[in-house]
Design a binder for this molecule. Structure first.
Ligand code: NAD
Length: 477
């Protein structure tokens, strides 16, 4: 029987496991219940950690080529089940087909590419007297905790490097989007030894149990900055290693020499990809005053051609907000702008009786810099457009945030674009492009957007300890 026709189960020690308690997963475009999902008990988490610990002993010593092949097989399994996974992702997350393709086929590609990566030992000295090498040895059991906006891709960004480096894992998806991750766990059991990848589902408490668990050596976490701080505090007891990928309030700076019609679609997708439920969405759009009106008007015209609706419909460009609490949060941002008398260039009217949690694309026309919509990430399709005149001033405003995840600069004058980009304090700065990622490119946040990075050998190193071994070759002479 295909896993796609079986019930949703957790995977612990290579076996499909149900739980005494269940919770429900919803389709955000219809608010209908999609499935019942196991709600893991603390004993089940203990069993998953114990299985990962037991599997670690063999997995860490398995040849690198075997671990790389296993990750390549995960990619092939995703590619072979791509149609089912894409349909399931649209149903549970809300994203339309194009976004589901990007995420699912992207996850397969990531596995294929990361399966080529390795961390060779570094020979620091090899002289007549001494040999010194630094190896990268695995940490042990990794606890991976993921959010609901890109549940599959952000899991793969953790699973692939952790397993190649020789670790085993307990993976917990967001309670809002558990289904694809549970399927992934089931699919992987065909070619992974039992216990190497365990998938457990549950609420935020399960995340808290993981971060406090003495049997887990590292937490790889993607989510809110405030949750990341809880994770860090909780992980302190056994000094867990941490990679934290957190929130962002990414600025985009548009120079006076742009062609408004040409740049508007790119800025639109930079801001509204994944219905703006994206850590790296443009969340503050600084447009030079010479082109402000033209860019704003082109954005409004372009946005009007984009349909918000059920991601399963072929003509839908933007899906729903993924869950009710997030929907309420986005409404608060809109209400706050209304109460403060901001001008709406587009949108703002939300039908709270609609079939799903839909919010129309909303553009706020030059609100004050200290307004909520400029200061905090809404994680929904509401974008402030802001005017600037002096270069030093816009750089200061762009950097004046607790976040530092991404940023972009747009303009024909490449000297100016590069000069401004070099001064933006963010983990990734895109110049005349956006949302370009690669398995070979370090991705992470500055300031309160995170600690450490994912992807590239820098990211893989975060799943290892330095292990420096020195040999005195002449000791016995
Ligand atoms: P969230 O922090 O609410 O939840 C993320 C995960 O943490 C979920 O699995 C949740 O169950 C778990 N969790 C919640 N409380 C916990 C606790 N106290 N201890 C341990 N685990 C806990 O985030 P979300 O709403 O799912 O995701 C949206 C946020 O994620 C946004 O802020 C967004 O910017 C950020 N994000 C960042 C990146 C990045 O790479 N930097 C990528 C995607 C999303």
């Amino acid at each position: 029987m295909s896993v796609f026709s079986s019930p949703y189960t957790m995977t612990i020690d290579g076996k499909s496991v149900v739980a005494d308690r269940q919770f429900e997963a919803f389709n955000p475009a219809t608010k209908a219940v999609l499935a019942s999902v196991p709600d893991a008990s603390k004993d089940q988490l203990d069993a998953a950690v114990a299985a990962a610990r037991k599997a670690f002993e063999n997995w860490r010593n398995a040849p690198l080529s075997q671990r790389q092949a296993a990750v390549a097989s995960i990619g092939q399994a995703i590619a072979q089940s791509a149609e089912e996974l894409m349909a399931l992702l649209t149903a549970e997350q809300g994203k339309p087909r194009a976004g589901a393709e990007w995420e699912i086929l992207g996850s397969a590609y990531w596995c294929e590419q990361m399966a080529k990566q390795s961390l060779p030992e570094e020979v620091v000295e090899d002289s007549a007297n001494r040999r010194v090498v630094t190896r990268f040895s695995p940490l042990g059991v990794v606890g991976a905790i993921t959010p609901w906006n890109f549940p599959v891709l952000l899991a793969i960004w953790k699973v692939a490097p952790a397993l190649i480096a020789g670790n085993t894992m307990v993976l917990k998806p967001s309670p809002f989007t558990p289904l694809c991750t549970l399927r992934l766990g089931q699919l992987c059991q065909e070619f992974l030894p039992p216990g190497v990848l365990n998938v457990v589902s549950g609420g935020d408490d399960l995340g808290r149990w993981m971060t406090a668990h003495p049997g887990i050596d590292k937490i790889a976490f993607t989510g809110h900055t405030d949750t990341g701080k809880h994770v860090m505090r909780s992980a302190a007891d056994n000094l867990k290693r941490l990679t934290l990928e957190l929130g962002g309030n990414d600025p985009a700076i548009v120079l006076p020499d742009v062609d408004a019609k040409r740049v508007a679609p790119e800025l639109f997708w930079g801001a509204f990809q994944n219905n703006a439920q994206f850590c790296n969405s443009i969340k503050r759009l600084y447009i030079h005053e010479d082109v402000y009106d033209a860019v704003r008007d082109e954005l409004v015209s372009f946005a009007k051609t984009m349909k918000t609706g059920n991601g399963a419909d072929a003509d839908t460009a933007l899906g729903p907000i993924q869950n009710q609490p997030q929907f309420n949060k986005v409404l608060e941002f809109i209400e706050n702008s209304r109460l403060n008398g901001h001008t709406f260039a587009l949108g703002g009217d939300v039908d709270t009786n609609a079939a799903g949690w839909f919010v129309p694309v909303t553009l706020i026309d030059n609100p004050p810099e200290d307004s909520l919509i400029v200061q905090e990430e809404p994680f929904g399709p509401i974008l402030p457009l802001l005017k600037w005149r002096v270069e030093a001033d816009v750089i200061r405003r762009a950097n004046d945030t607790r976040y530092g995840l991404g940023a972009s600069v747009w303009g024909k004058d490449l000297d100016a674009v590069q000069r401004i980009g070099a001064q933006l304090d963010a983990g990734t700065v895109w110049l005349n492009e956006i949302h370009q990622y690669s398995p070979n490119q370090a991705f992470g946040g500055h300031k309160q957007s995170g600690i450490g990075c994912e992807n590239s050998l820098h990211g893989m190193m975060e799943y290892t300890n330095w292990h420096t071994i020195t040999l005195n070759k002449v000791w016995n002479e």
